[in-house]
Ligand binder design. Structure first.
Ligand code: MRU
Length: 340
């Protein structure tokens, strides 16, 4: 059975939650027990496999349950391309098995195998992304390399190793000294709670800052590289990622520091021509008006809480995928990396 580490409780407590069916998977994604685009895609895949396996023995009823669950999972977090990728892959596998006349038990084990494959492929993809991305870190003349990230695009957000933090890990594994700067990532604090914890666990030096300190960090301390993850990358290279990413990209451009987006190809959505076609999730006002459950803003204040922003392709030095490194013009390079 799928078991998820409850990321809402980190870094204070390590609590695992059982996820026996698609409804539990959808609830875990919506409530942020699990978050990060690849991790929620993988969760959706295992949720669908579990849903088919526990449905009534009749194949038709199980297919109906599967389709209802697919719809629910698809709508959980609209920005992440990986959820749609996982749902579409699971549906294609289901259709293939049904066309072959597989029994309900054979379909159930085929779907489980597909979810396992999505998990294993993501893990392998992250190691390839790490290797490609590490090669793009500029020389630092014998001193520690200083890398800025945003949110958490690490092992917690993926099958393991991470995308942006996979690049950091690959740099550290190559023997280069590295120091990471992690903005806290308002309002949900993925940087403070998750990235800082994950890197400290790996003994990679990390310094926590507030989101508003990024400009000063470039000006006062200096940076060698920015690397972030993505929830969805459009065909023209525009990339949606955690709110706050766009301003880091603008500042990196002003300081002429390379800005990398690291993501598996399952995050690339060639059906979205540009960032304007990417749906941006808006979350509850309480994430901003309250802090740890206590009010920090006056009752009745208006709130805008988009969970993601879109960094225009012109600010992105390179998009590091598991299939290789794409550089501008992304319309051509992303398509040329795409599986047929
Ligand atoms: O709201 P979250 O925590 O799911 O947002 C996550 C991010 O923005 C990550 O950077 C992105 O999903 C890539 S994770 C490898």
């Amino acid at each position: 059975m799928l078991r998820l580490l409850d990321q809402r409780l980190l870094p204070g407590r390590l609590v695992w939650r059982d996820c026996p069916d698609a409804a539990a998977a959808a609830a875990a994604i919506r409530s942020m027990v699990v978050r990060g685009a690849p991790a929620i895609g993988i969760t959706a895949a295992f949720g669908l496999a579990a849903e088919f396996a526990r449905a009534p023995a009749s194949g038709d009823a199980a297919v109906t349950c599967f389709e209802a669950a697919a719809g629910r999972l698809h709508d959980t977090r609209p920005t992440a391309a990986n959820v749609r990728y996982a749902v579409e892959r699971m549906r294609a596998r289901l259709d293939g098995l049904l066309d072959l006349g597989a029994s309900p038990a054979e379909v159930a084990s085929g779907l489980e195998a597909e979810a396992e494959a999505i998990f294993a492929e993501d893990l392998a993809a992250n190691h390839r992304i790490g290797a490609f991305g590490a090669g793009l870190l500029p020389r630092t003349a014998g001193r520690k390399a200083r890398i800025l990230t945003h949110c958490n695009a690490g092992a917690l957000a993926t099958a393991g190793y991470g995308t942006a933090l996979g690049v950091v890990r690959a740099v550290a594994e190559s023997g280069r000294e590295v120091e990471v700067f992690a903005p806290e990532t308002r309002p949900y604090l993925q940087g403070a709670r998750l990235t800082a914890w994950e890197l400290l666990e790996d003994r990679i030096p990390v310094t926590l800052i507030t989101d508003g300190m990024v400009g000063s960090l470039f000006a006062v301390r200096g940076l060698d590289l920015v690397v972030v993850g993505a929830d969805r990358i459009a065909a023209n290279g525009d990339a949606a990622n955690k709110i706050g990413t766009y301003q880091s990209a603008l500042i990196a451009k002003a300081w002429d520091v390379p800005f990398l987006v690291a993501a598996p190809f399952s995050t690339v959505d060639l059906r979205a021509p540009s960032g304007a076609a990417i749906p941006i999730e808006e979350r509850a006002p309480e994430e901003i008006t309250e802090f740890a459950g206590a009010p920090v803003a006056p009752d009745g204040v208006g709130v805008w809480n988009p969970a993601f922003d879109v960094t225009p392709a012109r600010l992105i030095t390179a998009i590091v995928t598991d299939r290789g490194v794409a550089r501008p013009p992304y319309e051509q390079t992303l398509r040329s990396l795409s599986p047929a």
